[in-house]
Structures are given as C-alpha cells and as structure tokens.
Write a protein that binds this ligand. Structure first.
Ligand SMILES: Nc1ncnc2c1ncn2[C@@H]1O[C@H](COP(=O)(O)OP(=O)(O)OP(=O)(O)O)[C@@H](O)[C@H]1O
Length: 670
C-alpha cells in the first residue's frame, strides 16, 4: 500500500476524468475514472453531501476508516476531498465489480466451491485484520466483496463499520441496528446486550450461503419477516440433499458461523484455519474462472440497470405511484435500515391492499430453493389484481385498520421483536416452513424470545395436519391483526413483493426512480405449499394443472388445493372458521387441564378456580371480539398506569406542599 500513498493522488476534481458509472449505493454513485496526472484508472465514489446530511458522521467514519486501513484485502481510499456539494473518495478500480454483480451477470445459481473458498479466504483475511485492529465491519455481504482484473479480492464499504474501542456515542452505536437485514446477526437485531466482532462471523456465514446459492437466505422476504425468521428460526445452512454439490467441510464451515449464540462462533483467526479453505486456489483462479468472458463492468452495470428499470416500468403500469412509492420507501428502509414507522406502515398497506397472487400463472410463486422465493412476473400480478379488485381482503381478515399497527410499532426502535410480535404472521407455520427437521435446540429457538414458546408448545401439541392454520395458545398472538392469516396470504405476501424486490441487493437503490426492481434472473418451479425444513412441496408437484395455493379444509382437516384466483374473502372464510373452531377446542382443553391440575395439586385452589370459572364463563370469542378484548385489556393497562402516575404526582405535590409549609413557618418564626 505504501507505493499507493507515495503516488500522492491529487485533491482536486479537475485532475480526474469521470467515465462511466459502475455502481450505485444508498447515497453514492461510483464511477470509473482517470487520474490524469498519474495516468491511472481509479474508481471514484461520489457522495452527495446534501442528500446525506443526516449521516455525515457515518461518511466521515467511512472515509477515515478507508484511509487508515492497510491490508491487501481491504479497499483502501487513495484520497478524498470535497467538490461542490459532493464528497469524492478516490480508490483503486476493481474491474470485476462486486461478487453480487458477477453473480447477477453470470452466476445466478451461485459459484462453485473452489471459487467460494478462494473468495471467502480473502474476505476472512480482511476480517482477521479488522478485528485485530478493533473494527467490526458490520456489512459483510457479496455486494461488498470486490474483485479486480487479476482476481484480487477486497472487502469494501465501511459506511457502517464500528470501532470496538470507541467510547461514548460511538460505543452506543454498537447498540443500534446497522447492516443489511438478511446478513444481520441475531444479536444485532435483538439489541439486548450489544454485539462485537462475532456479528461479522454471522454475516460471513450468510455471505457463504449467498455465494453458494446466488442470493442470501430469506432475501425475498420483507425486512420484518427476515428479522423474525432470523430471530426465531433455526439458523439457515447448507442442506444435505439440496446442496449435494458442496463438500462436508463447506457445510461445517457455514454451520460453525451460523450459530445464534455469538460466543459459540469462532473468531475470524480461528476460522481461517478451517479445513474448508484447503479448497481455496490462488487469486488468479478467480480471474480465469468467474471473470473470464464477462463484459466490462460499466456495460454489465448498465445492462442490469436497464433490466431492473424495465421491470419497474411494468410494475408502475400495474400498481401506479402508490406502489412505487412504497417500494422506494421500503428499499430505503433496507438500505438505511432505519425502521421508520412510515416505512413499516407502507409495507403493511401493501399487504392489505392487494389480492392474492394468480395461481393459474405457472410462473407465479416459483421457488428457486428451500430458502426463499423468486421473481413473480408482472403479467400474473396484473391478472391477480383484476380478479381481486372487488375483494377487500382487509375487511375479511380483520386487518382493517392501519392505525392499529401504529401502537404495535411504537416501541419498535427499542425492542423490535416485541413490537412486531403482534403484527406479522410469525408463528408456527413459518417456523415449520423454514426450520430444518429436528430443530437445533441449542442454536435455535430456545434462546429466542419467549413469545415463541406458544408456537413451540403448539407445534408439539397439535397434530401435524393441523399446523397450517392453527391458532396459537398464547394470548399475545390473538392480538395480532394477522393472526388468522393462512398460507394463502403468506404466499400472497411473498409473491406480492417478489416483483418489487431482490433484497439480496438491487444494483442501486433509493436514488433513482427506475431503480428498485427485483433481479431478473430469478426463475421458478411452482408455488410452495408446504415446506419441511429445507425440503419443499410445491404446487407444481401436487397438481399437473399448475400452481395452486394450499389451504386447509375445515371439513377434512387435510390439505386441499384451491386456486388463488378464487381466493377471495368468501373462500378464506371456512379456514377462518376452522381456526376459530380450533381455538375453541384449545380453550376447552385448557380448561380441562386447569381442572385436572386443580384436582391433583389441591394447591392454589382458589386462584385456579377463579381462572377456570373465568374461562368457563367466557363465551367462544370471534376474531373481532378477541381484538376488542385485547384493546380493552390494553386500555385497562393504560388506565392503570395513568392512575399510578396520578398518585405519584399527588404524592409529589403533597411533599412540595409540606416543604413549602416548612419554609413559610421558618419565615414566620424568623
Ligand atoms: N472501487 C470500486 N471499483 C469498482 N466498483 C466499485 C468500487 N467501489 C464500489 N463499487 C461498486 O459500486 C457499488 C456501490 O458502492 P458502495 O457499496 O461503496 O456504495 P454505498 O452507498 O456505500 O452502498 P451501500 O448501499 O451498500 O451502503 C458497489 O456495490 C460496487 O458494485
């Protein structure tokens, strides 16, 4: 690096010639450029300072880190300076672009193992250096792994990196949400005890999966869902069956990194000694394999951008401005990861506004692998919309008031999981759908939030065939406006977002209007109707006629297929009734259990009697009634705390009066 510094890159924009655009981030555009005095091709990241005045500190930190680091696997800045309202960061030009770009251009299904081992070894060396110097990168992902024309690998983007030796405000920043949801470690999401460099090891594991499959786990889900899945599901991993092409050591490496307890994850230095890295090759191997035959970075960037723009136009025609706005809001939410209430509400609005996906379309709801869902063609969305234009599903599923969400989200910046608990359909079927068979208890759910106990209990207590739409035993689930939503809705939700997003990394986000559409390489197999661990059953598997959505028949309790084109309010009613019926049964079972405990223990007889009689007196509640009950409960709680507060104030008042009287008496005596 010394020779780079010796070169003395000029600090004046006039000395650089900007060529084509090669990348875009949240707040920056990256250009290939020529440093005229040195006659050297460089990359220049141009940040519009006016657009990022909220995050000047972040930018300062990024530039500072980029200048100070000195490691062959880290992208070091040559220099930086301001030009008008922009900040220019001059850096080495990485002609291959990011691994994400390369995958999008030529490897949509991911790389082969030698390539992955080579890439990951280089990234890990960078992490060893960063961690040894007290830095946490906090945004390790394929989009931030850059390759130059010789196959040299550099980890980039220090926009959200943090120093572990920081104190004060900087220290506090380690208790905040930063990074990109799919790659974010559970402890970063939880914000309970802060986090350390082990968060990078988790992201490293997710990046390994991303490089193996072409996308990160959960990458097609909305961020809230990603959050909940990461916290509640067993960690993702390579699957024995599906990922046969990968070695045992690769599977082990991923499993070692993706352990929920950060203490149980290895440090980067130790990880570097993992046998998997025996598969790594010299850097030139990358140049000969993945870079070979790729068109110049600028052309690739332009092409991918055009594809995304096309998709956006299609979507705009279908959904109009509102949808597009929501989408931009949403994507901004991911990039900046700010958990803005408005973003969340907009997402919620998207959920309730539309209809179900068109199950007739053979391309609809296609799934690429056991982890996530892929592109949903615009035409089918159009069809779906037409079919459902009259059905106000929000009225039917009890999810009819966006303002209801507000109170649930209010506490979100502090404890996201708690705040979200009631707002999304997070329980049993998601867990079933996304957890490997035989959940890893040690790394999985046990250490999650207590909210999940209900679903765990439920999973064990309810027969297999009833899992899809079963209600939770927990009261808190009954508060959820989405609590009675079945797989039809879930599939809808997934496919609804599919045309709009590829969370594993759009080429460029927020900045440009025509920028926010999902990746186009996504292909499909069929609507997923059930998933067991990483194995899936798609509707294509079930029905030769084409994808369908599976719901449970209230009569048989078994799975029956109905087409989603017909999935109107009326068609989901039987399922809702089934849930209700099941809830009543559960309630009765609970009463029986309580009675049994009462009889056998003989203890706390009085209190249990009260509970039992309360339960017995309680009429079987409808969905609406339960919602109202929960609202009343919340109101009672609020009144209770207001009364407490009033009493506190009264006491304070009395105390002040006493003090005042004492003072007056003293004055009188004097
Ligand atoms: N030195 C470089 N050489 C070539 N391409 C680059 C270089 N630096 C960045 N890029 C490309 O530009 C894209 C955006 O750059 P960068 O990630 O630094 O921006 P950002 O605003 O920090 O992004 P993010 O949205 O991830 O925070 C990268 O994903 C990469 O594809």
């Amino acid at each position: 690096m010394d020779h780079v510094l010796e070169k003395k890159f000029p600090l004046n924009a006039k000395d650089y010639k900007l060529y084509e655009e090669v990348g875009e981030g949240v707040s920056a555009t990256v250009y290939r450029a020529l440093c005229v005095p040195l006659n050297e091709i460089v990359a220049i990241k141009v940040l519009d300072l006016e657009k990022c005045n909220n995050d000047l500190d972040g930018i300062r930190r990024e530039v500072q880190t980029m200048s100070l680091i000195n490691h062959p696997n880290l992208l070091q800045a040559h220099c930086s300076f301001t030009a008008g309202h922009s900040l220019w960061v001059v850096m080495p030009y990485m002609a291959g672009g990011s691994c994400l770009h390369i995958m999008k251009s030529g490897y949509p299904e991911g790389f082969e193992e030698h390539v992955i081992a080579t890439l990951l070894r280089e990234v890990l060396k960078a992490l060893v250096y960063l961690h040894a110097h007290g830095h946490i990168h906090r945004d390790v992902k394929a989009g931030n792994i850059l390759i130059d024309s010789n196959g040299a690998v550099k980890l980039a983007d220090f926009g959200v990196s943090a120093c572990m030796f920081d104190t004060g405000d900087r220290q506090r920043s380690r208790n905040t949400f930063v990074g990109t949801p799919c790659w974010m470690a559970p402890e970063v999401m939880q914000q309970l005890h802060g986090y350390d460099f082990k968060a990078d090891i988790w992201s490293f594991g997710i990046t390994a999966l991303e490089l193996a499959h072409g996308h990160a786990p959960f990458s097609k889900y909305p961020p809230m869902k990603v959050l909940l899945m990461t916290l509640q599901n067993a960690p993702p991993g390579l699957d024995y069956e599906r990922d046969k092409r990968f070695s045992k050591s690769f599977k082990e490496l991923v499993a070692t990194c993706l352990v929920k307890d950060p203490k149980k994850r290895p440090a980067s230095e130790k990880l570097l000694k993992h046998p998997f890295f025996k598969h790594a090759r010299p850097n030139e191997y990358l140049a000969h394999t993945i870079l070979d035959g790729l068109s110049p970075l600028g052309d690739r960037f332009k092409m991918l951008k055009a594809k995304e723009a096309d998709l956006l136009v299609q979507n705009k025609v279908l959904y109009g401005d509102k949808e597009q706005l929501s989408q931009q809001e949403y994507i901004r939410g991911i990039s900046a990861w700010n958990f803005n209430l408005e973003d969340l509400k907009t997402q919620a609005a998207l959920i309730q506004d539309g209809g179900m996906p068109n199950a007739e379309d053979p391309d609809a709801n296609k799934q690429k692998d056991g982890h996530d869902f892929v592109g949903f063609p615009a035409e089918s969305l159009s069809h779906e919309r037409a079919n459902n234009s009259n059905a106000d599903s929000s009225q039917e599923d009890g999810f009819n008031d966006i303002s209801d969400l507000e109170s649930s989200f209010a506490s979100f910046p502090i404890k996201p999981l708690q705040a979200l608990k009631g707002c999304f359909d997070i329980c049993e079927d998601d867990e079933i759908a996304n957890s490997p068979i035989g959940v890893d208890q040690e790394n999985g759910r046990n250490e999650g939030e207590s909210s999940c106990q209900g679903s765990i209990l439920h999973r064990h207590a309810v027969p297999e065939h009833k899992k899809f739409l079963s209600g939770s035993l927990l009261q808190e689930n009954s508060l959820s406006p989405r609590k009675v939503i079945g797989d039809g809705d879930r599939d809808y939700l997934q496919s609804k977002f599919q045309a709009e997003r590829n969370y594993s990394g759009t080429l460029y986000r927020q900045k440009k209007d025509a920028s926010n559409i999902s990746s186009v390489e996504d292909t499909s197999e069929g609507a997923v109707v059930q998933r067991k661990g990483r194995f899936k059953v798609t509707s294509a598997d079930l029905s030769p006629k084409g994808p369908t959505n599976s719901m449970f028949s209230p009569i048989s309790g078994g799975s029956t297929s109905i087409t989603t084109t017909n999935l109107t309010a009326a068609s989901i009613l039987p399922s809702l009734q089934f849930i209700l019926q099941q809830n009543s049964t559960q309630r009765e079972e609970l009463v029986k259990l309580i009675k049994y405990v009462e009889q056998t223990s003989g203890k706390h007889a009085e209190s249990t009697e009260v509970v039992t009689s309360d339960l017995l007196q309680m009429p079987p509640a409808t969905t609406r009634e339960r919602d109202l009950q929960s609202q009343v409960f919340h109101m009672q709680q609020s009144i209770g705390s207001l009364v407490e507060e009033l009493q506190r104030q009264k006491m304070k008042n009395a105390q002040l009066e006493r003090q005042l009287n004492t003072l007056v008496n003293k004055d009188d005596d004097a």
